[in-house]
Design a protein around this ligand. Structure first.
Ligand code: UT7
Length: 316
């Protein structure tokens, strides 16, 4: 029998060091007004000693504590990341080792900024196939490691952090809390956003990504709602990838959301944290009790690849 899954708890972690726009204006030719107007970011958190695995672990530890499950209950760990420098062991096994999760299926997944929605769908599918009962799904990035701090066109955009969700099988007869995923990519545009080479730095053709995000993505977000049987006007919250407030506003305008819907704009205080941006924003929203338990929330990630993925989830 196919079973569904749901998110039962979330957690997040951000480094303590705050870097403001004015701080960046001391190292590259930029200013607070340009960054706020063109991107929407006021500040971001930058890691010092913490690795991607450390941040993923801290977020997962909180999610696990909030779920009431123990490390021994977890049978799958999925980490979405595009900035982990180490190739092996993967981040997921490092998280499992640090948390004392004894023998999970453990793998990393890289679809850049859409990574959390891909990872969440993969965990949901694994539960549906009977391959997992309790999964940890994490988005974690240390983009400061792959940022060229002399390049003003990218240095002002990114931040570090992690968000995590505990996903469990729903008991018999109960509604699933994770809707069908809508996922895909535009590989012909893959080279417009790159972190490549031996000393990798983020490079992007920002305007091409911007145009694609504001023209191509809204219909996919609407289709993700349709697949879940939810009207955009019934959503309690919309949590898109946090890259640019102008992109978020452009997508929102085309979705037909209700007047009271909460629109996540966590990038104002966190910058663009790629695969961590959606779970970070969702976790904060739930911590602040901005959305009631059971309410439908549309998650929608997009970015490098160019990839996109979204699904409607029910708030834990
Ligand atoms: O998360 C992964 C997916 N990525 C995205 O979604 C990013 C999508 N793209 C964007 O969000 C925007 O394209 C950016 C925020 C990256 C750039 O904004 P823009 O409005 O497209 O700026 P632009 O690249 O057209 O640059 C406009 C001007 C240029 O100067 P000139 O040639 O007009 O004199 C740039 O050199 O702004 C200049 N500029 C800056 N000025 C001050 C570029 N970066 C900066 C800066 N501070 N940091």
């Amino acid at each position: 029998m196919t079973v569904g899954s749901r998110i039962v708890a979330l957690g997040h972690y951000q480094p303590s060091r705050i870097v403001t726009n004015n701080d960046l204006a001391n190292i590259v030719d930029t200013n607070d007004g340009w960054i706020r107007d063109r991107v929407g970011i006021a500040e971001r958190r930058i890691a010092d000693q913490e690795s991607v695995a450390d941040m993923a672990t801290f977020a997962a530890e909180k999610a696990l504590a909030n779920s009431g499950l123990t490390p021994a209950d977890i049978d799958m760990v999925v980490v979405a990341t595009c900035s982990s420098i180490d190739r092996c062991p993967n981040v997921a096994t490092r998280v499992a080792a640090k948390l004392g999760i004894p023998a999970p299926a453990a793998f990393d997944l890289n679809t850049a900024c859409s990574g959390f929605s891909y990872a969440l769908a993969t965990a949901d599918h694994a539960v549906g196939a009977g391959a997992s009962r309790n999964a940890l799904v994490i988005g974690a990035e240390k983009l400061s490691d792959v940022t060229d701090w002399t390049d003003r066109t990218t240095a002002v955009l990114f931040g570090d952090g992690a968000g995590a969700a505990v996903v469990t099988a729903v008991p018999d007869g109960e509604q699933p809390g994770i809707g069908p995923v809508l996922w895909g990519s535009a590989p012909d545009k893959g080279d417009v956003l790159r972190i490549e080479g031996w000393q990798p730095y983020i490079k992007q053709e920002g305007q091409i990504v911007f145009r694609w995000a504001t023209t191509a993505l809204a219909p996919f977000a609407i289709e993700a709602c349709e697949r879940a049987g939810v009207k955009p006007s019934d959503l309690a919250a919309f949590i898109p990838h946090q890259a640019n407030t102008r992109i978020i506003d452009g997508i929102v305008k085309r979705l037909g959301l209700g007047p009271d819907v909460v629109i996540a704009k966590d990038l104002v205080e966190s910058g663009n944290t790629s695969a961590a941006s959606v779970p970070l924003a969702l976790s904060k929203l739930i911590e602040r009790r901005e959305v009631p338990s059971g309410a439908p929330v549309l998650l929608f990630g997009f970015g490098g690849g160019l990839t996109y993925a979204g699904q409607v989830v029910r708030c834990p």
